[in-house]
Design a protein around this ligand. Structure first.
Ligand code: SAH
Ligand code: SF4
Ligand code: F3S
Length: 472
């Protein structure tokens, strides 16, 4: 049994990262464990987790499990968890309550917890003491070990915990069951070395490890051959891609090589402003298949708070980059993440954030109240703000953010845009997809258009979506 340890996880060694190409195999005696059995997988958190869930599904199906649409029909229930804020924790424990209830009537149901919370020492301690009925726990570095972990739990009928606090290697060749036939997540980098003082990710996901360019490009070429229209290159700060490989190959090289595969649409998340260089801007502007959409987290508009957050840029540097992108990439939409009520944030600091939002007029923004995460430096900083003050700042920020999101969408009224039609919309009779600039559009169209990039005229505009009709 390996247990997570935050102190150990903080240590970044100079040890070379191994690329492991043939570690994943479902041993013969585990191939039929899931015969006539179903799994239910609940995913929380970011695209990283969504993508990991695609691997987990494929592994379970390799073991002959099939997917259940309802938790009640499943023989194994897995929760792929997120640790980013307190409410992510609460959601997971809330769901666990429902699983416990189900276990009363179906005692043989296996319950497993994986993802970022599984990498947290305090969570694993809780599971070991208060949630003895949880059968398996495995971390973000152990996904390929799922068949063995599951088998041991079934054979031994005891809690199995397999979580490494070491930094993890790069595993190639883990099978995948993609959620979409048209757009795909492609990991380019695991982990994060930025250590923003509020953030748990460098501990739950380990040291930054870039995949080799050849593995990424081959994956994209395969996707093109299989009819995929869009790839999103994934990492916690993709602009730092390659820096750990020592092969003199950067994110702009990767973007260019990906563009040359001929895939119709390329996106990438997330960009840390710190590593965004001019060459990247040139490459994005040069290739039509790199989408004019950048998620560029601001976090705060106050230099004092940015420093306390360890973000390593100033308000001025952020604005300089923002303006450079807008100037060089025509029609580029830019979205952001903002945290309010970071420890010590004064009303002046908060006003600085509002000031940047009023200057940039972001296409949209994810906004959060700061949430202390155990083991991070910011969790030890003093925070005198009351809950009312925190909520008030979030409310005020959202008002401004929503105003600009609406304004940005209004500019699309009557325009003709290209949309990749990807799924039926929740609204009956319509399909949904995104513009190159990542605007959600509900389109009146028949299902034959699924997976196609079509011209759409925008007929109505809302704050968070657009309505449109097909242009023949
Ligand atoms: N790697 C990305 C962010 C990943 S986490 C980046 O650096 O931009 C997504 C967002 O969650 C962050 O941008 C931040 O705004 C928010 N976040 C992270 N830790 C948080 C915390 N402790 N409290 C509140 N929000 C947090
Ligand atoms: Fe967290 Fe900062 Fe890394 Fe983003 S860059 S994952 S906010 S530590
Ligand atoms: Fe959450 Fe882990 Fe992503 S903490 S935001 S699922 S990397």
């Amino acid at each position: 049994m390996n247990l997570p340890d935050l102190k150990e996880a903080k240590i970044r060694t100079k040890k070379e990262i191994k690329i492991i190409r043939d570690d994943y195999k479902v041993p013969h005696d585990m191939k039929t464990i899931g015969k006539n059995k179903k799994y239910y997988l609940k995913t929380y958190g970011c695209q990283m987790n969504v993508h990991d869930s695609e691997n987990i599904k494929a592994i379970l199906e390799d073991m002959s499990f099939s997917e259940a649409m309802e938790m009640e029909d499943a023989d194994i229930i897995l929760l792929n968890t997120c640790a980013i804020r307190e409410n992510a924790h609460n959601k997971m424990f809330g769901f666990l309550g429902r699983v416990k209830h189900l276990k009363h009537s179906k005692p043989d149901v296996i319950c497993g917890i994986c993802g970022c919370m599984a990498q947290e020492e305090s969570v694993v301690d809780d599971i070991k003491s208060k949630y003895r009925w949880v059968d398996i726990v495995f971390g973000t570095h152990n996904i390929h070990k799922l068949p063995e972990i599951l088998k041991e739990s079934i054979d031994n009928k005891k809690q199995e915990i397999e979580v490494y606090s070491i930094e993890g290697d790069v595993y190639e060749g883990i099978p995948i069951k993609r959620d979409s036939k048209y757009k795909a997540w492609v990991n380019i980098q695991y982990g994060c070395d930025k250590f923003c003082t509020y953030c748990i990710v460098p501990y739950t996901r380990g040291k930054q490890r870039s995949r080799m360019p050849v593995d990424i490009i081959n994956e994209v070429k395969d996707l093109v051959n299989n009819g995929y229209k869009e790839v999103t290159l994934l990492g916690q700060n993709v602009n730092a891609y390659g820096k750990d490989l020592n092969i003199n190959y950067t994110m702009s090289d990767l973007l260019e090589e990906t563009a040359k595969t001929g895939i119709e649409r390329i996106r990438f998340v997330t960009s840390h402003p710190w590593d965004f260089d001019d060459k990247m801007i040139d490459i994005i502007a040069k290739y039509d298949n790199i989408m004019p959409y950048i998620h560029l987290p601001l976090q705060s508009g106050s230099d004092r708070i940015l420093k306390l957050m360890g973000r390593r840029y100033t308000k001025e540097k952020y604005l300089e980059l923002f303006n450079k992108i807008k100037k060089n990439i025509p029609n580029c939409s830019i979205t952001t993440d903002i945290i309010v009520a970071f420890p010590g944030e004064t009303i002046e600091d908060f006003n600085d954030t509002l000031d940047v939002v009023n200057t940039c007029k972001f296409d949209s923004a994810f906004t959060f109240i700061y949430s202390p995460r155990i083991g991070t430096p910011a969790a030890k900083m003093k925070n005198d703000l009351t809950i009312e003050e925190k909520n008030d700042r979030l409310y005020k920020l959202n008002e401004v953010v929503n105003k600009y999101a609406n304004e940005a969408n209004q500019k699309y009224m009557g325009k003709i845009v290209k949309v990749l039609i990807e799924a039926p919309s929740e609204k009956s009779g319509k399909l949904m997809g995104y513009t190159d600039t990542m605007k959600l559009v509900n389109v009146e169209a028949s299902e034959e258009y699924l997976g196609k990039i079509v011209d759409v005229e925008i007929t109505d505009v809302k704050t968070w979506s657009l309505d449109g009709k097909l242009i023949d």
